[in-house]
Design a binder for this molecule. Structure first.
Ligand code: SF4
Ligand code: SF4
Length: 365
């Protein structure tokens, strides 16, 4: 049974004259789950340490606050590590979020800079999101995974996750932050879509826009050459005639299983012992941070969960979320989007040996 450490978001200050208590800050409280869980003990002096988070998009307002990343970076440095804060690009070839340059501008607008997080910021999958290390695997769904290069080359990864709901995966916890967040566009495509793209010749008006956007010259005679296609989905974004067929977009158990298979490849590349997980169950929004807005959180804030076990940390966060009653104005009356299967993330990850769903919870505050 794995251990999960917990710091509550509550600040039980009720006496007027005792209002000034810095130790009630959740940033201050974050120190104990990190120190007492030993999740960073695997960092050796000189190690390059990725702190993987999500910067959101322009307009996203409830991503993880930069002060938490700053605290994590300080803790990494205390152990002699060299931290950098990192994120990957989004699927597609037209939006700011799909390129490193745009991602960095989004990061700056949302409050993540080298100055605020006390560590350099690196986009892990390169300028256009195709820098990856190919990992072969024999998954039920995925046979190859492209791990974002800067993640693959790190000595240690701290997965710092804003835990929230997700339209397709059900929840965005550590499993999703690793499985989707630490891979290139090609694997993001393979997680989300069952078939490679193709062009419907009857709808194509030969405008040429897809040829201009394609990063791998994979379109010849208005047909996609699959051997060259890197599955960036850019052609689908620019085709106004809707001649590019990208389908089916996956939901439910299948997308959950694909996320877990990709997470397994990432974890095996860096090494299972070289990961630490921190789930921030705060501002649990009904949509993920990819959306250019953040609505009303579904539940009140719960706190921070820390573990060396990716399955346990997600299960503990999941259980705490399910126990909490939805706020009255929640967009959701149920706990999850009905077409999602978040439980499958947990059960499949356990089946693949990524961790244990049984855990002991050490409540520190
Ligand atoms: S963008 Fe669409 S319509 Fe234009 S050439 Fe490509 S597939 Fe055809
Ligand atoms: S053909 Fe493939 S590589 Fe080219 S734009 Fe479309 S998805 Fe991307």
């Amino acid at each position: 049974m794995s251990e999960v450490f917990f710091a509550s978001a509550e600040a039980p200050v009720t006496e007027l004259e005792k209002w000034y208590q810095p130790e009630q800050s959740l940033v201050y409280k974050l120190e104990r789950p990190i120190d007492e869980s030993g999740i960073l003990d695997g960092i050796s002096s000189g190690d390059i340490v990725a702190i993987k988070t999500h910067f959101g998009d322009f307009g996203t307002t409830k991503t993880l606050r930069s002060v938490f990343l700053r605290k994590i970076a300080e803790k990494v440095k205390e152990r002699g590590g060299k931290p950098f804060v990192t994120e990957t690009t989004g699927l597609g070839m037209t939006k700011d979020r799909s390129f490193a340059v745009g991602r960095l501008l989004i990061a700056e607008e949302n409050g993540y800079t080298q100055q605020t997080v006390s560590a350099p910021i690196v986009i892990a999958d390169g300028l256009i999101g195709l820098d990856g290390v190919e990992v072969r695997l024999n998954g039920k769904h995925l046979k190859e995974v492209y791990v974002a290069k800067a993640i693959a080359e790190s000595d240690f990864v701290v997965v710092a996750t804003h835990f929230k709901l997700h339209f397709r995966a059900g929840v965005g916890g550590s499993l999703k932050n690793v499985g989707v967040g630490c891979v290139t566009k090609t694997t993001k495509y393979d997680i989300h879509v069952a078939n490679p793209p193709r062009i419907d010749k009857e709808k194509c008006n030969e405008c040429g826009k897809c040829l201009e956007v394609c990063p791998s010259d994979a379109i010849a005679n208005y047909e996609i050459v699959l051997e060259k296609c890197v599955r960036c989905a850019g052609c689908g974004e620019v085709c106004e005639a809707k001649a590019v067929v990208i389908e089916p977009w996956l939901l439910g158990e299948e997308i959950a299983e694909r996320i877990v298979e990709a997470a397994k490849a990432v974890i095996e590349t860096v090494g299972k012992d070289n990961f630490a997980y921190l789930n921030f169950v705060l501002d649990v929004t009904p949509h993920c941070d990819c959306h250019p807005y953040s609505g009303v959180p579904v539940i009140p804030d719960i706190g921070i969960f820390a573990s060396k076990d990716i399955v346990s940390v997600d299960k503990a966060s999941f259980d705490a979320y399910v126990r909490e009653k939805n706020v009255e104005r929640s967009l959701l009356k149920e706990k999850f989007w009905e077409w999602t299967s978040p439980e499958r993330l947990i059960s499949y990850a356990e089946e693949l040996g990524l961790g244990e769903s049984k855990y002991t919870l050490n409540k520190l505050f």
